[in-house]
Design a protein around this ligand. Structure first.
Ligand code: FES
Ligand code: FES
Length: 159
């Protein structure tokens, strides 16, 4: 039996009919075409599927779509555009924090949650916030530098 749900996605309410076992990740990618959110391990280990759920980062492969009914979800598509990138997206590009790019959407979402809650995080806090996001390529140093840099840019833009 399918359930009809309504979810606020990247600022816009959307409706879907979902089966009880469908995950939020499947709903985002397969029904709504939001393929920026990646399917990696499908069991909560890699963080590639991270989205904001009512402002908090979650692994969307572990959240049932029906649980999102009435909630607010932000995916990487909601951060910025090619013309108007989010400061984190600009910083990741400038610092070479993206290689194959598979982890980047989840990293960006986790980093956004961190900077929204803590605009001036210490390096250790950045590393802890990104601990659930695995990267096979970069060694993390450039990612951490990019998050620091984006934090500086965001702080200076609100002064
Ligand atoms: S795909 Fe969800 S944590 Fe890996
Ligand atoms: S850039 Fe390739 S997994 Fe992170």
């Amino acid at each position: 039996m399918a359930f009809t749900i309504k979810v606020k996605v990247n600022g816009e309410w959307k409706t879907a009919d979902v089966e009880p076992e469908m995950t939020l990740l499947e709903l985002l990618r397969e029904q709504w075409g939001l393929t920026g959110t990646k399917l990696g391990c499908d069991e909560g280990d890699c963080g590639a599927c991270t989205v904001l759920f009512d402002g908090k980062p979650v692994n969307s492969c572990l959240v049932l779509a029906v649980r999102a009914d009435g909630h607010d979800v932000v995916t990487v598509e909601g951060l910025g555009t090619a013309e108007r990138p989010h400061p984190l997206q600009s910083a990741f590009e400038q610092h070479g924090a993206v290689q194959c790019g598979f982890c980047a959407p989840g990293m960006l979402i986790s980093a956004k949650a961190l900077l929204d809650a803590n605009p001036e995080p210490a390096e250790q806090e950045i590393r802890e916030a990104l601990a659930g996001n695995l990267c096979r390529c970069t060694g993390y140093t450039k990612i951490v530098e990019a998050v620091k840099s984006a934090g500086r840019a965001m702080r200076s833009s609100v002064k």
